[in-house]
Design a binder for this molecule. Structure first.
Ligand SMILES: [Fe+2]
Length: 435
């Protein structure tokens, strides 16, 4: 076991450090430099400081940038009003405070939590190797997007939701996840820019179903959770398209209208005959936060139902890993680390860990780099080793395709060193869906 130092690499947030604790938890190459980034309680923010990271998802604020100088008290006030408990400041570019753990200390804690997860057995997820399941999942994913689009179109026209229109689709999604989660999950990761709202709803539904299954909830409850997840953002049908698809940050007034989608979702679902309280909770509480800083009702802790708490985690995970016009999606590993970091206040930590175990640290369908400098697409999660999934090796980082080879990393000397972006290597993720 080596006691580490640091690996850092750039993501769409600040400088991230990774550290290697043992051979089972390896991350990218070493670049070390001095950091002046400090985590401080938001209440200590004052004029003259330089914000390095607002420490919340881009969808939780409407600042144009998440890195800027606090030049006036009005700006400091607006940041405090975000409800984020701690933020990162850059003391090389602005005022410092005396106390406050460094970003390094903070990330050390998060890495330790991820490390603990990496060596924990994943929940038992039996996998049926059925080739047809993949084709079935592709059709299902297409159908799901169309149905959500139709439902939102109807709601926009003032029509009531007919659950009979959705029930068979949800039953197919739950069936597919129970047969083989690895088939549908990768599709949930792929989104077209202009279809974001529908595709996000389908992704949240798929991820929630898989999460609920990993928690071993009864199947009837999972079905209700899936309905709530599919319809959680249906209130966005009442938000103007110019706001929904604005390719820039929203004004305060626009942001308030956007936030109101949760209230709208609740109103619409309450008027839906046959809807369950479970489905309602998922939709009405998916923006509540464990520390009471969410909306619309500022519910706290266990005032938020399990289903609402699950919805919040999955909604944030899918949002921060998705590409938007003005925002590049995070790699899954980075998103998991952010969830763990935010679970200090926003989510229940045990629930975040359960979610990571359900999805995998290297989710099925994601592209990873191996120590041997080859790139591989994750094919399936290993039931007992979340760090060692089954992968299909397809490409060499020297720039050429390899004859595809399926490797179970539990039985290989090769190992994953990090995530890679399909776009960087010009690799089409659809061509390499798990078999
Ligand atoms: Fe939402």
């Amino acid at each position: 076991m080596h006691d580490v130092r640091a690996v850092r690499h750039y993501s769409n947030r600040a400088v991230l450090h990774w550290h290697e604790v043992n051979a089972n938890w390896i991350l990218p190459a070493n670049i070390a430099f001095k950091t002046m980034i400090k985590l401080i309680p938001t209440e200590k923010l004052q004029t003259g400081m330089f914000i390095h990271d607002l420490n919340c998802g881009w969808m939780d604020h409407n600042f144009v940038r998440s890195r800027f100088a606090v030049k006036t008290e009005a700006v400091a006030l607006k940041v405090r009003a975000l409800g984020v408990k701690e933020i990162y400041i850059d003391t090389a570019r602005g005022l410092d405070i005396v106390e406050g753990p460094s970003q390094e200390a903070q990330e050390h804690q998060v890495d330790a939590a991820l490390q603990a997860l990496a060596t924990t057995s994943a929940s038992d997820m039996p996998r049926v190797s059925v080739q047809r399941e993949v084709e079935r999942a592709q059709k299902l994913h297409g159908d799901a997007n169309r149905i959500v689009r139709d439902v939102m179109g109807d709601v926009r026209l003032g029509k009531q939701i007919q659950l009979e229109q959705i029930e068979p689709l949800v039953a197919r999604i739950v069936d597919s996840i129970f047969r083989r989660a690895d088939a549908l999950m990768p599709l949930a990761r792929l989104k077209e820019h202009d279809e974001y709202t529908f595709q996000h709803s389908v992704s949240v539904c798929v991820l929630m179903t898989s999460f609920a299954r990993a928690l071993e909830l009864p199947r009837e409850i999972i079905h209700e959770i899936a309905i709530g997840a599919l319809l959680h953002d249906v209130g966005k049908a009442k938000v103007a398209d110019e706001i929904l698809n604005k390719p820039a940050k929203l004004t305060d007034a626009e942001f308030a209208k956007m936030k109101n989608h949760v209230v709208q979702s609740k109103i619409i679902l309450q008027a839906t005959p046959g809807i369950s309280n479970i489905a309602l909770d998922v939709a009405a509480q998916h923006h509540e936060r464990f520390d009471g800083t969410g909306y619309p009702n500022k519910l706290k802790g266990e005032e938020i139902s399990l289903y609402g708490q699950m919805g919040a985690i999955v909604d944030v995970y899918d949002a921060i890993t998705s590409n938007r016009v003005y925002h590049k999606g995070m790699m899954p590993t980075d998103a998991m680390r952010k969830l763990l970091e935010w679970s200090k206040f926003h989510f229940k930590p045990e629930l975040v860990k359960a979610f990571i175990r359900a999805v995998g640290i290297y989710p099925t369908g994601s592209l990873v780099r191996l120590e041997s400098r080859r790139l591989a697409v994750v094919q399936a999660q290993s039931a007992d080793q979340v760090m060692q999934p089954v992968v299909k090796i397809i490409f060499h980082t020297r720039g050429y395709y390899l004859t595809p080879e399926i490797v179970d990393l539990r039985r290989s000397h090769d190992r994953i060193v990090g995530h890679e972006d399909f776009a960087t290597w010009n690799i089409d993720p659809l061509r390499w869906l798990p078999e």
